[in-house]
Design a protein around this ligand. Sequence first.
Ligand code: GLU
Length: 419
Amino acid sequence: MPESLYKNAVSQLKEVAKLLKLSKKEVDYLSKPERFHKNTLRVKMDNGAIRQFKAFRSQHNSARGPYKGGIRFHPQVSQDEVMALSMWMSWKTAVVGIPYGGGKGGVVVDPGELSVGELERLSRTYAGWAGKFIGPWTDVPAPDVNTDSQVMAWMVDEIEKTQTSKTQKLQVNPRATFTGKPLEIGGSQGREEATGLGGFYTLEKLTHHSSLVTRNSTIAVQGIGNVGYWFAKFVSDGGYKVVAISDSKGGVYNPKGIDLEKVMEHKKKTGSVLGLYHELTNQELITLNVDVLVPAALENVITGENAKDVKAKVIIELANGPVAPKADEILLRRKILSVPDVLANAGGVTVSYFEWVQNLSGYYWEKQEVFEKLKIIMDRAFAEMWHVHLDKPRLSLRMCAYINAVSKVVSVMRVLGRI
Ligand code: GLU
């Protein structure tokens, strides 16, 4: 039985609630999503058969603005997972101080098994259903695991077809319902790089403030999808040494450094990073002798079992929920600094916010402007977390970030009289 992500999320919330002395009513309210939608989508396969897919959208909290968060397509998607991820989105948008709440969606599917046509019909069916409760001022989805700008484009098209009259009346650009769109239909410059770049800005801040990382630090990146790739690229260009990377099939390690473009080229040809350099498993990568470990794929990879064997001094959480609470305790005891997901990977949702702002104002920015604005927001969020860390050095960085985030959400809820 995999660890329950939702239980993890609630236990983190309870920990911060104690520090902030929140009332039971407040904790109860924040423990659950405000709304949870589920459905069974019926989609026509290429062979004419109808296949059913379980679909979810969790709307955790809207005190600070519209629900915000991705939609993932993965066989392991569940109600439990989507609920946890939506709560983490509420904290993430608060950590970076952008005017959103938290949401998350998902479909139980292995998209690798679908043809492009089937994937398109599934995406459109999801949007057709979710159209009732998403929109620029209610809930703004984006890509997540296994979904990309093309999936967003199909969803936008579906929404535009069905919602034009309603949104026209409101004079709101219906394309602002989704972020992470292709540039041609209102996507933002820099959205693709954003999560990796935000992670790089975070690492730079840590290098500046902590003696645990320097420009000569070695780095292992687990997961070389969009997020892991861009992070690895920015840090390599920035002078750090990436010595190991992996994908779902396994990883490669070279203590002298990995030639990223060569590995990506190889992966394009063969379907995996394996074959170049010394090979290792994803499990071995977690406990590799490096300075910085960067889980950039899925959740719960650093657990109560393997946390004692982690050799890195610093962890940058680019995936959502890669460090389980039991691992958090062990890492804290071992003085390993783990920069929490709600800060480290918040570059993505921050540039999603820029995209939404551009869609609503009709004024589009250059990439350089996007990168500069992202840096300002990431640096400020880091500084706020670090400020708490200096004051309370015994707490994990996650709790430091949560103290800021949860108090921002609660203070808005109090002022609105919602609790
Ligand atoms: N899926 C990304 C995340 O977990 C991005 C969410 C968004 O842009 O709304 O942060």
